[in-house]
Design a protein around this ligand. Structure first.
Ligand code: ATP
Length: 459
């Protein structure tokens, strides 16, 4: 884990990330032709591919590479009793203050992150005109009405976390399949929160995707598994390229803990906005299962049929966000350098996260034979990987375009290819070029994508 902490991030700013995402079609502001909707975003082609890669790497690490975790995809709208039992109706709230002068509303615990409505250089409460109310609790759940009749009985909620969908399926997954703790259920899916101060691009939005896993353990093993999952999750981020000294683990103070948690640690990343949560790992005790047992009259417990031993498992929960993780990968990858007197912007993404794995480029886009050879190679590679074919414009410009979307490899078909069946391979990070037989390109790419990768960016 990090031994030294840099005091600032590199030259990366959130504005540069937002602008690259827009320019290259990763992420657009939502409903823009109607003036947008604050802090809502739409993912374009490369954004979809990159976020899918983040979720796929998470599922691989959590489900595919393990014997003890299975996947689940539960509903976004659950029976409202679920939220009563879980404590969200009562306790899932942020403290809010209103300013009677500028009529804006702020999170009472985040005033130092907010701007005064009249004087943006000041924080709310800092000028003599500020007139803040006492804090009030504001529930973050988004509600909706089900069916045609609008009465109070039809109120339902869009889930603010995916975890409860897992708890209510405990019996289906663990009891019916006779699984024995320690055992986990993993879920990736959308969650919704009526955030009061959304912002900082993908970092805090009202609609976002979570990657959550509930790990059910014997009560006396809870602490050990809590520590185990902090390490596992920290290592996942470094495995996919985040610089270790831009990551840290921060245990929560007792007064920060959620209503269900006996211990929580955040994995934080040094975003351009400072150290901020990427993922939380919580020791949730038996709160969830006990609450649902009491409210639903269905006993959610583990029973050993051989020995008769029975207990309510405790739960360790690593809960991360796919959008927030993608933002961290983009920030960590963004780099600018001068190459041959020209500025190059490059996303040094881990090849397993990069939206496009390789580009196939005929040197001369109008050369029939080069185009035919390049198309044939492209057809071969696209069967296994997300690759792109591009024959438009000067080759330097095409390389730059691929650099900006983080494509780790480019294969160029030129005159020499037509003579000796070799192609040039260009490495995004080192800019090194070498020649390779055309017939070995597919094997080379398969192997190169599996190799461990470390960013060349300085710590
Ligand atoms: P924060 O303190 O930043 O509001 P949280 O502690 O409320 O986060 P959790 O309830 O632990 O967040 O949710 C788990 C993860 O879901 C977070 O670590 C984050 O990655 C993601 N997440 C939560 N809220 C949002 C949001 N509004 N926008 C994007 N991602 C979010």
């Amino acid at each position: 884990m990090a031994e030294t902490e840099p005091r600032t991030t590199d030259s990366v700013t959130m504005d540069k990330i937002v602008s690259l995402c827009r320019r290259r079609g990763f992420v657009f502001p939502s409903s823009e032709i109607y003036g947008g909707l604050g802090s809502a975003y739409d993912y374009g082609h490369y954004g979809v591919l990159a976020k899918n890669n983040v979720k796929a790497r998470w599922l691989e690490a959590m489900v595919q590479e393990r014997d003890d975790i299975v996947a689940l995809d539960s509903s976004i709208i659950l029976n409202p009793s679920v939220w009563e039992a879980s404590g969200h109706l009562e306790g899932f709230s942020d403290p809010l203050v209103d300013c009677r002068t500028c009529k804006l509303r702020f999170r009472a615990d985040k005033l130092e992150d907010a701007q005064c409505g009249r004087k943006p250089s000041k924080h709310p409460g800092e000028t003599k005109d500020c007139d803040l109310t006492e804090p009030r609790q504001f529930n973050l759940m988004l509600s909706t009405k089900l069916g045609a009749v609008e009465d109070t009985g039809s109120t339902a909620y869009l889930r603010p976390e995916t975890a409860q969908g897992i708890f209510v399926n405990f019996k289906n997954v663990l009891q019916l399949a006779r699984r024995k703790p320690p055992f986990g259920i993993a879920q990736v899916g959308k969650s919704f929160r009526n955030e009061i101060t959304p912002g900082n691009f993908l970092f805090r939005t009202r609609e976002f995707e979570q990657m959550e896993m509930e790990y059910f353990v014997p009560p006396d093993e809870a602490d050990e598994w809590y520590r185990y999952w902090i390490d596992q999750r920290f290592n996942w981020y470094t495995r996919y390229g985040l610089r270790e000294n831009h990551l840290r683990v921060r245990p929560h103070d007792p007064d920060e803990l959620s209503h269900y948690s006996s211990a929580t640690s955040d994995i934080e990343y040094l975003f351009p906005i400072g150290w901020s949560e990427l993922e939380g790992i919580a020791n949730r005790g038996d709160f969830g299962l006990t609450q649902h047992t009491n409210h639903s009259a269905t006993k959610l417990e583990y029973v050993d049929s051989a020995t008769g031993e029975r207990y309510t498992p405790h739960v360790i929960e690593p809960a991360g966000g796919a959008d927030r993780a993608l933002l961290a990968f983009l920030v960590d990858a963004y780099d600018e350098e001068i190459v041959a007197d020209r500025q190059r912007t490059v996303l040094r993404l881990h090849p397993q996260i990069a939206p496009v794995k390789a580009a196939v480029l005929p040197l001369i886009g109008r050369h029939e034979q080069m185009v035919a050879t390049a198309r044939a190679l492209y057809e071969e590679l696209r069967r296994r990987h997300a690759v792109e074919y591009d024959d438009s414009g000067a080759i330097g410009r095409r390389y730059r375009r691929q650099d900006e979307i983080g494509t780790p490899f480019a294969f160029t078909i030129d005159e020499q290819t037509l003579e000796d069946d070799t192609v040039t391979i260009r490495d995004r990070d080192s800019l090194a070029q070498e020649r390779l037989p055309l017939s070995s390109v597919a094997g080379y790419l398969d192997e190169a994508l599996e190799r461990p990768w470390k960013t060349p960016k300085p710590d």
